[in-house]
Ligand binder design. Structure first.
Ligand SMILES: [Zn+2]
Length: 377
């Protein structure tokens, strides 16, 4: 059992959730064709499929498997519930809250997708405005405004091509940081643009369907990844704390990872070597650092770092030396463009500039009662 098994588990969970959402979607569409009202059909179908509880039970089954991927087993299922009550992101939501938010979003999205399926013959403008409703407004206000302008254009307008070209240039910069949300949203925008250009109603409808699906899929995957990775780090820590041969943890990003703030945690050297922290400790209390973070820790053994180095305090300021050696693009990926500029001008300390920065600190331990319920081999 290994980290790889864990990643397979996460993939499998995402698929289970996606398939379940699709099942509900198909059932609701079928009933709608019998002439029942949209609201009633969606509400009833979600209730009938026991949506929220089913999603919860998918997670509950997964938590013991996370332990297993680390070579641990649960004595009984009662520990599993405690994972649902923990919050770890700044929004202070726990897994239960997140699942109920996802349920609400799913309801809205299912209704919208069906509605679009029913009314295929809509004007470009209406369809594009509907797309605006699903993208994350707070992230994309500027882009949304532009898209709204584009939606007012008609194919016959001689300025249309020029304006679409300008907009396309703008969105090509969008999602460059490799952020999953923005690059997926970008693809959805591109599909709508193509549709506007061709004036093909069928294609617009399909483009909008895709946009909804992208969002649904993205949400489900994001919750699975981050919440499961959180459980993984805690159980990893629990296991290593019992092993006297382990003296530290190494921070790792995944192989398909694009540069972000986690690279800083992986490469800064606070005195023990690149990305190495004392046992039981890591920046941000360990991964995940941000939604979709799939970073993970691995053990560092006796002899791999000197006892002398382990006794010293962390050399926090040395992180800046590494940071200064990185390319402009990578610095921007770790800090954001504005923060990087302010850091360069000396207006911001590097610790304030890096997104989600935190000094190495103790990883939150599993409660003593629940701890007794896991057997670490
Ligand atoms: Zn990460």
């Amino acid at each position: 059992m290994s980290r790889r098994d864990f990643e397979e588990l996460v993939k499998d969970l995402s698929k289970q959730i996606r398939d379940f959402v699709k099942l509900i979607f198909n059932e609701a569409s079928k009933r709608l064709s019998n002439g029942e009202s949209l609201n009633k059909v969606v509400e009833e179908t979600l209730k009938e499929f026991d949506f929220e509880n089913k999603i919860k039970s998918i997670y509950k089954t997964a938590i013991p498997q996370v332990a297993e991927s680390l070579g641990a087993t649960f004595k009984n299922q009662s520990l599993v519930g405690s994972y649902f009550e923990r919050s770890w992101l700044d929004d202070k939501l726990n897994l239960t809250d997140r699942i109920s938010n996802a349920t609400k979003e799913t309801k809205v999205a299912i209704k919208k997708v069906i509605r679009d399926g029913v009314k295929k013959r809509k004007s470009t403008r209406t369809l594009t405005n509907e797309l605006l409703d699903i993208v994350e407004k707070k992230d994309n206000i500027r882009i949304n405004k532009k898209l709204s302008e584009i939606s007012k254009l008609t194919r016959d307008d001689k300025n249309t091509q020029r304006k679409i070209k300008a907009f396309r240039r703008e969105i090509s910069k969008f999602g460059e940081k490799g952020d999953l949300t923005t690059s997926r949203t970008k693809r959805a925008y591109e599909r709508v643009l193509k549709a506007v250009e061709s004036g093909n109603q069928e294609r617009i409808a399909t483009a909008i369907d895709n946009a909804y699906n992208t969002k649904l899929k993205y949400r489900a995957e994001m919750i699975v990844r981050t919440e499961m990775n959180h459980a993984y780090t805690q159980m990893f820590n629990e296991k290593q704390l019992r092993d006297d041969d382990v003296v530290g943890y190494k921070w790792n990003t995944t192989s398909n990872h694009h540069v972000d703030q986690c690279d800083f945690f992986e490469f800064q050297n606070v005195g023990l070597g690149s990305g190495i922290y004392k046992k039981g400790q890591a920046p941000n209390g360990g991964p995940p650092v941000h939604p979709n973070c799939m970073c993970y820790l691995t053990p560092v053994y006796v002899g791999e770092v000197s006892d002398k180095a382990l006794k010293k305090d962390y050399d926090i300021e040395s992180g800046e030396k590494w940071l200064k050696r990185q390319s402009k693009e990578d610095q921007e990926a770790m800090m954001g463009v504005g923060n990087r500029e302010r850091w360069r001008k000396g207006q911001l300390d590097f610790k304030e500039a890096i997104k989600d920065y935190s000094e190495p600190g103790n990883i939150k331990k599993i409660g003593s009662e629940t701890k007794k319920k896991i057997i670490f081999k």
